[in-house]
Design a protein around this ligand. Structure first.
Ligand SMILES: [Cu+2]
Length: 505
C-alpha cells in the first residue's frame, strides 16, 4: 500500500472505527477514547514498519482521482455549501463534493467525459474544460450554457483520438461570477494520459499532481465576495500548506504543476534543483527545457522532471512577483518542503531532443495579410473596468469571425500598467515574439502573459493560432485569465465557421 493510499485508508478507517465505537460504547467516553488511541497506535506501528524510507512519512498527497474505464469517465459533481478546514481555518464555501480540491479526472485520448453537475448553490454556474481541444457546442465545453440553482446538467465531452496529452483542468466559467466561484474552490485537475509514452526510461517513475490554489477566509468563516487579490492569502498545494515531499538522491520524479486559482501568479523555484520542463499547458515540448525558475500566470500548467539532489532539505517556493505599477505585489511563500533521503539512486538518462515527437513550427509559416489581427487589452484608470479593443464582454456580440482552416497571427498589446494573461478556449497557439524579441520554439500553449506598459510603450506578444481542427467549430471565447479582469469585461467572443456553416453554440 502506498503512503497516500494508507493515509486515505487511515482516514476512512477512523470514521468507521469511530462509528463502530460510538455504537458499542455509549456511556464510557473515557474507554472509547482509550480504544481509539489503541487502534491508532497499532495502525501507526503497522505503517512505521512498512515505511520504506524510514523516518517520518511525507505529508504531501495527490488529490483524489476518478479515471475513465472502457473509454468513459463518469463523475457526479455536487456543487454545494460545505464546511471544511483549509490552512488551519474553518470555512464554509461553495465546492464540488465537499472538497476544496475535487477529484482529478484521468482520461486517455479518444475517451468521453460524462460529468453530471448538480447545482445546489445560490448562483448560476457551469464547467469549462480548460485547454481541451474539444467541441464548444451543446453539452460539451460550452461556457455560454449556465446551470441555474437546483438544476442538474449532464456534460458530455468527447476527446479526439489525436488530443495532446498532459495536465488540463476544469473550473467554473460562470460569466461575472468566475472569480468568486474559483476562489471559493471550484476548480480541479484533468489529466490526459500518455505524455511520458515516448520516453521508456521514465516508465514507472513517481508522479505527483500539484494543484496551486489560494484562499482568503473572513473572520466569520466565509470567503470574501469582494475579493482583493492583493490582500494576504493562504497559498496551498492540493489544499495543503507547506507539505513535506520525499525523494531519494538521484531519483527522478514527474511533477504536474497547475496554477488553478482565480487571480494570482506563481514564480516557482526548487532550491538546489533544476526543473526540467517537459510540457506547458498540456502540450509536450519538442525538447526538455531546464529551468531555474518557472513563471506561472493564472491558469498555466507545467510538467517537469526533478532529480533528487544530495541528502538534505530543500524549499519549493514561489518568489516575489511585481504585477506592475497598477497591479498586485505578491510576497515570497514556501509552497512545500522537499526532503532528499534514503538510498542513492543512479539517475535515469533524461530525454534528449531526438526522443521528443516533432512539432510544426507555426512562426515560420507565411501568414496572409487578412489573417493578421490586432488586439488591445486595456483598463480604466482605477483598474475596475477592463476592455479588449475598447469593448467589454457581451455574450450576444461576436467580436471575431474566423474561417475553419485559417492560420492567424494575433498581435496582442497591453496598454495598462499591470500584467494580463491572454487565454483562448478550444485550441493552442505558439508564441513567436514578446516585446519584439523572437521566442525560442519549444512548443504550444493555451495561455500567455501580456507584459505591462513600460515608459509609455505597451507590452506586446505576437502569437500564431491554427484554427484548423474541425472540432473547434462554433462560438467560444478569448479573455484575460485573471478572473477579476475577465468578470469585469476583459473577454470577447470568437466564432469559427466552415464555408458559411456556423453552428453557433
Ligand atoms: Cu487581466
Amino acid at each position: 500500500m502506498s503512503y497516500n493510499n494508507l493515509i486515505s485508508y487511515i482516514f476512512d478507517t477512523k470514521t468507521f472505527v469511530e462509528g463502530v465505537v460510538e455504537n458499542f460504547i455509549s456511556r464510557k467516553s473515557q474507554s472509547k477514547n482509550t480504544l481509539i488511541a489503541l487502534i491508532f497506535a497499532l495502525m501507526f506501528l503497522t505503517f512505521a514498519c512498512n515505511n520504506e524510507g524510514g523516518g517520518m512519512g511525507e505529508t504531501f498527497r495527490n488529490p483524489p482521482e476518478i479515471s475513465s474505464s472502457n473509454g468513459v469517465l463518469h463523475a457526479t459533481f455536487r456543487l454545494d455549501f460545505s464546511k471544511i478546514k483549509v490552512a488551519g481555518q474553518k470555512v464554509t464555501t461553495r465546492i464540488y463534493n465537499g472538497r476544496f480540491v475535487p477529484p482529478t479526472l484521468r482520461v486517455r485520448p479518444g475517451d468521453v467525459i460524462r460529468v453530471k453537475l448538480r447545482n445546489f448553490i445560490d448562483e448560476m454556474t457551469n464547467i469549462h474544460y480548460h485547454g481541451m481541444n474539444v467541441s464548444p457546442l451543446g453539452n460539451s465545453d460550452n461556457i455560454f450554457n449556465m446551470i441555474v440553482p437546483t438544476q442538474t446538467f449532464d456534460y458530455e465531452v468527447q476527446i479526439p483520438e489525436n488530443h495532446p496529452e498532459g495536465l488540463f483542468y476544469y473550473h467554473s466559467h460562470a460569466m461575472g461570477l468566475s472569480e468568486f466561484q474559483v476562489f471559493s474552490g471550484e476548480s480541479g485537475g484533468l489529466i490526459v494520459e500518455g505524455i511520458l509514452d515516448p520516453f521508456p526510461q521514465l516508465r514507472g517513475i513517481k508522479e505527483r499532481v500539484m494543484l496551486l490554489k489560494d484562499i482568503q477566509i473572513n473572520p466569520d468563516g466565509t470567503v470574501p465576495m469582494d475579493i482583493d487579490s492583493n490582500a494576504p492569502t493562504n497559498r496551498t498545494i492540493n489544499g495543503l500548506v507547506n507539505p513535506t515531499i520525499k525523494i531519494r538522491p538521484g531519483e527522478t520524479q514527474f511533477w504536474r504543476i497547475g496554477n488553478i486559482g482565480a487571480d494570482i501568479y506563481y514564480r516557482l523555484k526548487l532550491d538546489g534543483h533544476i526543473m526540467y520542463e517537459i510540457a506547458r499547458d498540456g502540450n509536450r515540448h519538442n525538447q526538455l527545457v531546464p529551468r531555474e525558475e518557472i513563471f506561472l500566470p493564472t491558469s498555466s500548467r507545467v510538467e517537469v522532471l526533478i532529480q533528487g539532489g544530495p541528502k538534505g532539505v530543500y524549499e519549493f517556493r514561489t518568489l516575489p512577483i511585481n504585477m506592475g505599477p497598477q497591479g498586485d505585489q505578491y510576497p515570497e511563500v514556501t509552497l512545500a518542503t522537499l526532503i532528499s533521503e534514503g538510498l542513492q539512486e543512479e539517475p535515469v538518462d533524461l530525454p534528449t531532443k531526438s526522443e521528443f515527437p516533432q512539432i510544426e513550427n507555426l512562426c515560420d509559416k507565411p501568414i496572409d495579410p487578412e489573417n493578421k489581427k490586432f488586439f488591445v487589452f486595456s483598463e480604466n484608470a482605477d483598474g475596475t473596468t477592463f476592455f479588449i479593443n475598447g469593448q467589454q464582454f457581451d455574450p450576444n456580440v461576436i467580436n471575431t469571425m474566423v474561417e475553419l482552416g485559417d492560420i492567424q497571427e494575433w498581435t496582442i498589446q497591453n496598454t495598462s500598467e499591470e500584467f494580463h494573461v491572454f487565454h483562448i478556449h478550444q485550441l493552442d497557439f505558439q508564441v513567436c515574439e514578446e516585446n519584439g524579441v523572437k521566442q525560442e520554439f519549444i512548443g504550444r500553449q493555451d495561455t500567455v502573459n501580456l507584459p505591462f506598459t513600460t515608459n509609455g510603450v505597451p507590452g506586446e506578444v505576437k502569437i500564431v493560432i491554427p484554427f484548423t481542427d474541425p472540432v473547434i467549430l462554433g462560438k467560444f471565447v478569448y479573455h484575460c485569465h485573471i478572473m477579476a479582469h475577465e468578470d469585469n469585461g476583459m473577454m470577447a467572443v470568437i466564432e469559427v465557421c466552415d464555408n458559411g456553416f456556423c453552428p453557433g453554440e
